[in-house]
Write a new protein. Structure first.
Lengths: 259, 393
C-alpha cells in the first residue's frame, strides 16, 4: 500500500506566536518550528498500517526551507522517503489554495491512502482533509480514532459527540486522525541516524503542475484584515461570603448564562 | 578545531531529550520518594536503542562511544532526573557494554553485547570494599584458582544496582595486595552471574539506607566460596588493572556528565524562580546578590561540559584520558554543588520544602563531590601525576 502522510511545520505552541506586520501572515521566523502534534499521530498510524499491510510511507509537506526539520522528524519515526513542496509563490496560501497545491503534489506522487492530522495547531481550520478528498475525487474519512484496511476497503471509527460512526470506503481515500487513535512512537537512535540518508525530493510549483495564479497570498479567498494581541486577563470577581456566598455564586453563573 | 558535536551526539540530545520531555520534575521526585526504578523512561530508552549506543553495530548497537553515552547521561540528568537517577543509565550502557566491548573475549562479546544493547540484560560493578575505597588497590576480595574455576571470597560495599543485574563485574585479587609487585598487579575482573550466585547461596546483598539516589539501591555484598569459571575472566588474569582503568575513567566521565546535568537543572530551576519571585516590588533576579552566583554557575557549567566532552573524545580515540577525566569530574561536581547551593539560596526558605525540587538536587549534587571518587583524590592525582609534586601517602 502506498501511503502518503501529510505533515505540517507549525510554530511551537509553547512559545509566543506572532503574525507579520507587512502581510498579516504567520511569522515563521519568530518561533521554533515543530511538527504539528496531530500529524505525529498521522505518521504513527501510517507506519502501523505499513507494518500490518506492507508498502511504503511517503511524507509530504508544504512549507518553507526550514520545514525540512519536520520532514526529518517524520523520517526518523520510520517513514521511507519524503516530498517537500516548497516555493516562494506558495507563501500566504489559504486553506483552499493549499488544498489545491497539495492535491497537485499528491497526484504527482501517487497514493492509495492519504493520512493527515485532523487540524493544525496554528490555523486550526480543520478543513484540509475534506478539501483534499474533494480535489482528488476520492473518499473522505475524517476524525478517525480507529482505522482498518482490508484489501481495498477501509473502515474508520469517526468520533462524534454521541460516540462514533463507522464509515467505510474503497481505496484510494483520505483519512484524518484524532489524538485518541494511537500513541506516537519516539524516534529511535538508528531511526534518527538513518533519517539523514533517506531521500527527500523537493518540488517547486512547476514540478507539480501548480498554476501560480491559484496559490499564494494574492489568490487567497480568505484574508486576515487585522490582528491584535490577546488582552491580558482581567482581574476576577471576588465574592465575599457573608452567609449568602452560594446565592451570589449562583447569581454570577446565571449572569454569564452558565446556569 | 571544531566544537560542533557529531550528528550522533546531536541525535542523542534530540532523541533522549524528546523522551525525557514527557517526564517532569514531579515524576523524578515520585520515583525518588517511592524508591522505584524509573521503569517508564527506562523502557523508552531500551525501545529506542538508547541503551546500546556504545555497542558495535554488528552486535545490535549504535556503534558509537563514550561521548554519546556522556551526552545521553547529561541529557537524562538535566531533564530532571539529576545525578541520583541518571546513575540508572551508567550501570548497563557504561559499566557493562563499554567494558565488555573493549575487554571482553569474542565469546563474551557475542553473548552479552546484543542483550546489553536492548537492556534485556543489565549489569553492575563491584570494586569498593569496607576497607578499600579511595585506596582501591588494597581490596582483599580474593579469587583463588581451583581447576577450571576461581573460588571467590570477600565483601563489597556501595554496590549499586545489584537487584536488577544479571551480571556483576567483580574486581578481585588473584595476588594479595601485600605480595603484588607493583601494587597494581594481581587484580582480576570476573563476570559473576548474580541470580545464579544468589540461588546457590554464595552471594547475598543488603541495601544500605541512604540519603538520596533511591531510584537504585546501593548494597553491601557478601561473597562466600563462590565458584566462577575461568571463561568469565574479563581481560587477563592478574592484569585486571588495564580493565579497571577503562571502567574507572568512563565512570568519572559519565558521573561528571550526570553532575553536569544536576547543575543544569538546578540552574534552570533557580533562574525560573528568580524571574518569577517578586520581593520589594521587583523580581529577586534583578538583585545582583542573586544573579551573580547564578551567572558564575553558568560559566562553570560551560567549562565542565567542555572538559567532559574532551575526556570522552580522548577515551574514544584510545588516547590517555586520565587527566581529562579527573578534571572533568572535579569541575562538574563543583559546578553541581555550587548550582544546587545557589538554587537553595535563590529559593530562600522555600528550598527547604519538598514542594520544590531543590532539596533533591542538593542531595544529588553533594554525593557528586565524593562519588565515584572524592574531590581530594582528584586533586591528589593532579598534584602528583600531572604536576609531579611529592606524594603525601
Amino acid at each position: 500500500m502506498n501511503i502518503v502522510v501529510c505533515v505540517k511545520q507549525v510554530p511551537d505552541t509553547a512559545t509566543e506566536r506572532k503574525l507579520r506586520s507587512d502581510d498579516n501572515t504567520l511569522d515563521r521566523d519568530a518561533a521554533d518550528g515543530v511538527v504539528n502534534e496531530l500529524d505525529e499521530y498521522a505518521v504513527e498510524e501510517a507506519l502501523k498500517l505499513k507494518e500490518a499491510h506492507g508498502g511504503e510511507v511517503t511524507v509530504l509537506t508544504m512549507g518553507p526551507g526550514k520545514a525540512t526539520e519536520t520532514i526529518r522528524k517524520a523520517l526518523a519515526m520510520g517513514a521511507d522517503k519524503a516530498v517537500h513542496l516548497s516555493d516562494d509563490a506558495l507563501h500566504g496560501s489559504d486553506a483552499l489554495s493549499t488544498s489545491y497545491a497539495m492535491a497537485q503534489a499528491l497526484n504527482k506522487v501517487g497514493f492509495d491512502l492519504v493520512v493527515l492530522g485532523s487540524e493544525s495547531t496554528d490555523a486550526r481550520t480543520g478543513v484540509l482533509a475534506a478539501m483534499l478528498a474533494e480535489r482528488l475525487g476520492v473518499a473522505q474519512l475524517t476524525l478517525a480514532n480507529k482505522v482498518d484496511v482490508d484489501g481495498t476497503s477501509i473502515t474508520i471509527q469517526r468520533i462524534t459527540d454521541y460516540g462514533y460512526d463507522r464509515v467505510e470506503a474503497t481505496l484510494p481515500a483520505v483519512v484524518s486522525v484524532v489524538e485518541k487513535i494511537n500513541e506516537p512512537r519516539y524516534p529511535s537512535f538508528k531511526g534518527i541516524m538513518a533519517a539523514k540518508k533517506k531521500p527527500v525530493e523537493t518540488l517547486a510549483i512547476g514540478d507539480a503542475s501548480i498554476d501560480p495564479s491559484q496559490v499564494g497570498l494574492a489568490a487567497a479567498w480568505s484574508e486576515v484584515v487585522d490582528f491584535a494581541a490577546a488582552p491580558p486577563r482581567a482581574a476576577g470577581t471576588i465574592v465575599k461570603d457573608e452567609g449568602d456566598g452560594g446565592a451570589k455564586a449562583a447569581e454570577f453563573l446565571a449572569s454569564k448564562k452558565f446556569i | 578545531m571544531d566544537f560542533t558535536l557529531p550528528e550522533s551526539a546531536l541525535a542523542v540530545q534530540r532523541g533522549i531529550g524528546g523522551i525525557c520531555s514527557r517526564y517532569d520534575l514531579g515524576y523524578w521526585q515520585r520515583c525518588e520518594d517511592d524508591k522505584r526504578w524509573p521503569e517508564e523512561v527506562w523502557d523508552e530508552l531500551a525501545k529506542g536503542g538508547w541503551l546500546g549506543l556504545a555497542v558495535p553495530e554488528e552486535h545490535g548497537g549504535g556503534g558509537e562511544g563514550l561521548l554519546e553515552l556522556a551526552v545521553a547521561t547529561e541529557t537524562l540528568s538535566a531533564s530532571g532526573a539529576a545525578g541520583g537517577s541518571a546513575f540508572t543509565y551508567v550501570l548497563t550502557p557504561g559499566f557493562g557494554a563499554l567494558t565488555i566491548d573493549r575487554h571482553g573475549s569474542a565469546r563474551q562479546r557475542a553473548e552479552l553485547l546484543p542483550r546489553l544493547a536492548t537492556g534485556e540484560v543489565e549489569t553492575c560493578f563491584a570494586l569498593t570494599e569496607p576497607d578499600a575505597g579511595s585506596n582501591s588497590l588494597a581490596i582483599t576480595t580474593s579469587a583463588r584458582r581451583d581447576g577450571g574455576d576461581f573460588v571467590v571470597n570477600g565483601q563489597k560495599i556501595w554496590i549499586t544496582g545489584v537487584q536488577r543485574a544479571t551480571w556483576m563485574l567483580l574486581v578481585t585479587r588473584t595476588v594479595p595486595a601485600a605480595e603484588a609487585r607493583p601494587r597494581s598487579h594481581g587484580l582480576t575482573v570476573l563476570l559473576v552471574n548474580v541470580p545464579e550466585a544468589v540461588a546457590a547461596g554464595r552471594l547475598s546483598y543488603r541495601p544500605i539506607p541512604k540519603m538520596g539516589a533511591n531510584t537504585t539501591p546501593s548494597n553491601m555484598v557478601f561473597i562466600d566460596d563462590l565458584r566462577v569459571p575461568a571463561s568469565k575472566v574479563i581481560g587477563e588474569v592478574d592484569q585486571g588493572v588495564a580493565v579497571l582503568w577503562d571502567i574507572l575513567n568512563p565512570e568519572r566521565v559519565l558521573l561528571a556528565a550526570s553532575a553536569l546535568g544536576t547543575a543544569e537543572v538546578a540552574l534552570r530551576v533557580a533562574v525560573g524562580y528568580a524571574k518569577e519571585r517578586e520581593v520589594f516590588g521587583r523580581p529577586i533576579g534583578a538583585n545582583q546578590a542573586i544573579s551573580f552566583p547564578l551567572a558564575q554557575v553558568k560559566a562553570k557549567i560551560e567549562l565542565a561540559r567542555l572538559m567532559i566532552y574532551k575526556a570522552a573524545w580522548c577515551f574514544d580515540r584510545r588516547l590517555p584520558c586520565g587527566t581529562e577525566a579527573n578534571i572533568a569530574k572535579l569541575t562538574a561536581s563543583q559546578a553541581a554543588w555550587e548550582a544546587a547551593d545557589a538554587a537553595f539560596q535563590t529559593h530562600g526558605g522555600m528550598a527547604y520544602s519538598h514542594e520544590y525540587p531543590v532539596a533533591r538536587l542538593l542531595t544529588d549534587a553533594r554525593i557528586a563531590k565524593v562519588a565515584p571518587v572524592t574531590e581530594e583524590l582528584l586533586l591528589n592525582y593532579l598534584a602528583t601525576q600531572v604536576l609531579g609534586l611529592p606524594r603525601s601517602f
